[in-house]
Design a protein around this ligand. Structure first.
Ligand code: GLC
Length: 552
């Protein structure tokens, strides 16, 4: 195994890859991606140069929310494989030097989970209190005004009784009651089950939601008007002050540390507020890392992006898992303008993220510069499109199958039909074509990861210092490395102190070596101070160019 995987805190500076199992590769010819297909294609990740793979849920599930509705936490969905397939995948990952993270979904279960079925038997069921039950208001209205992420009220009446149960997602995803120690004990057992099988860590689904206001107060109306990806419009009409991000959530993760002491705990803390988000990692005894979704919603402007990067880094440097895209939002290549421009910007953005302290995650297909696939409403699978009736906000476009090569099934499946349409790809989108072409998006991503690895070995570990006074450039320096991205509509130049530095990477594929100080439109450059050459900058010049984090 490569040495950088052996030390504690292996994730510091590592690159992760989100493998969306259902759409990665189908190994049993039923049109749905699975664990066999994932294992057979893991080499792609090793070749690309990532350090860790995050597998999205593969557990038994009725599939109402693409597997985020789990009916058995310690098994594999028969449509996706078996536990033996999981073990084989893990063994293959080890051979390739890849760490493996799995999704853990503690906020809710499927309504088909034996705990919920038992809870439905009535107030005397031993599992009744595993979920959140309340009496309706007079007249039978739901207990409070909370709404579900996917539309409709967050409460559904027990079909056989008077009480309502809480679900912040679908009615088929009842929320667990995290006030109950037995629920915590169940999850520690689940974590240990997978840790004993050999996983390296856990991506904790909606990690900020587990605890709720004990008195279940109404949420006030929203003060902002922005839409969040991955939710319906009704969700954004409220300030979510009582249904999520409550005190006490961190205590849960502190306890989990003792259950799985050296597993990585990575939270999906979807708060879009750097102060609130970084609370989950600041103490050093809560989560190890938190995802930060600012870059997925930032405008394409230097000011907006700088804000999305600087503050979380300043608050919790090294503890952020940076993402430009995932299975819950539009692909960056589509979101940032579509076509060649969208692809250029997507890699420009990822370059900025990839050299920051912490971990950076690539979402499958983004390394190919894929655009969102077109999914007609009749083919939609995402509950936002189906249940919430908001096809435009649906997340299926980012979840269409990976095109491995041309021909029937795009190398994804040999079945007559895939579970989601392919989208609209050309040969140039395929892994096969891009691997043959050194100037492809795939090769450029690979080069970037290679440079990142080398710089990490060479000790570019310093805290980022951000370049000031350049309107369209977002740039930071870490020791002898400068990362500079041009978000303007004119070519920009780096300050003279850096013009003799060597180009280690250009997101536009410009030759490495010396440069003229120019950063092209939508380009990101990684520059390194020349060793033993003229390219040095005195500390004085550096200080004048750069604002320190303290002075921001
Ligand atoms: C997370 C997942 C998303 C899922 C939701 C409910 O946000 O990323 O796909 O729908 O949680 O589990």
């Amino acid at each position: 195994m490569p040495d950088h995987l052996c030390t504690p805190g292996w994730w510091s500076g590592a690159v992760g890859y989100e493998l969306y199992v259902r759409s990665f590769a189908d190994g049993n010819a039923d049109g749905l991606g699975d664990l066999i297909g994932a294992r057979e294609h893991l080499e792609h990740l090793a070749w690309l140069g990532v350090d860790a793979v995050w597998l999205t849920p593969f557990y038994p599930s009725p599939g109402r929310d693409a597997g985020y509705d789990i009916s058995d936490h310690c098994a594999v969905d028969p449509a996706l494989g078996t536990l033996e397939d999981f073990d084989r995948l893990l063994a293959r990952a080890r051979e390739l030097g890849l760490r493996v993270l799995i999704d853990i979904v503690p906020n809710h279960t499927s309504s088909e989970h034996p705990w919920f079925r038992s809870a439905l038997e009535g107030p005397d069921s031993p599992h009744r209190d595993y979920y959140v039950w309340r009496e309706p208001k007079d007249g039978g209205a739901p207990p409070n005004n909370w709404v579900a992420n996917f539309g409709g009220p967050a409460w559904t009446r027990d079909p056989a009784g008077r009480q309502h149960y809480l679900h912040l997602f679908l009615p088929e995803q009842p929320d667990l009651n995290w006030e109950l120690p037995a629920v915590d004990a169940e999850f520690r057992r689940i974590l240990r089950f997978w840790r004993d099988r050999g996983v390296d860590g856990f991506r904790i689904d909606v990690a900020h939601m587990l605890r709720k206001d004990p008195t279940l107060r109404d949420n006030p109306p929203a003060r902002r008007t922005t839409r969040e990806p991955g939710t319906v419009e009704a969700w954004d009409r409220f300030e979510h002050v009582h249904d999520l991000d409550q005190d006490g959530v961190l205590d849960i993760y502190r306890g989990w540390r003792t259950a799985v002491p050296d597993a990585l705990l990575l939270g999906e803390v979807y708060l879009l507020d750097p102060v609130r988000t970084t609370r989950y990692v600041q103490d050093g005894d809560g989560l190890d890392l938190t995802f930060w979704f600012g870059p997925m919603v930032a405008d394409w402007s230097a000011a907006s992006l700088r804000r999305a990067l600087r503050e979380p880094d300043a608050l919790a440097s090294g503890r952020i898992a940076w993402v430009a895209g995932n299975h819950d939002g539009a692909r960056p290549a589509s979101r940032l303008g579509g076509g060649p421009r969208g692809r250029r910007r997507s890699l420009c953005l990822f370059t900025l993220l990839a050299l920051l302290p912490g971990m950076a995650f690539l979402y499958q297909g983004d390394e190919l510069g894929l655009q969102d696939g077109v999914v007609e409403p009749a083919d939609a699978r995402d509950p936002i499109a189906v249940h919430g009736r908001e096809p435009a906000a649906g997340r299926d476009g980012a979840r269409t199958p990976i095109p491995w090569r041309t021909g029937h099934g795009w190398g994804f499946t040999t079945a007559p039909r895939p579970w989601l349409p392919y989208g609209q790809h050309t040969e140039r989108d395929t892994v096969a074509w891009q691997r043959e072409h050194p100037d492809s998006w795939l090769h450029r991503h690979r080069r970037l990861l290679e440079v990142r690895r080398q710089l990490r070995r060479d000790g570019a570990h310093g805290v980022p210092q951000w370049l000031a006074g350049h309107e369209d450039l977002v740039a930071y320096r870490r020791d002898d490395v400068l990362v500079a991205a041009n978000l303007g509509s004119e070519p920009a130049t780096v300050p003279p102190a850096y013009s003799a530095w060597q180009v280690r990477f250009s997101s536009l594929g410009r030759d490495a070596g010396s440069h003229d100080g120019v950063v092209a439109i939508d380009e990101a450059l990684v520059l390194e101070r020349g060793r033993g050459r003229g390219g040095t900058s005195s500390a004085g010049t550096f200080e004048a160019d750069v604002v320190s984090r303290a002075g921001q």
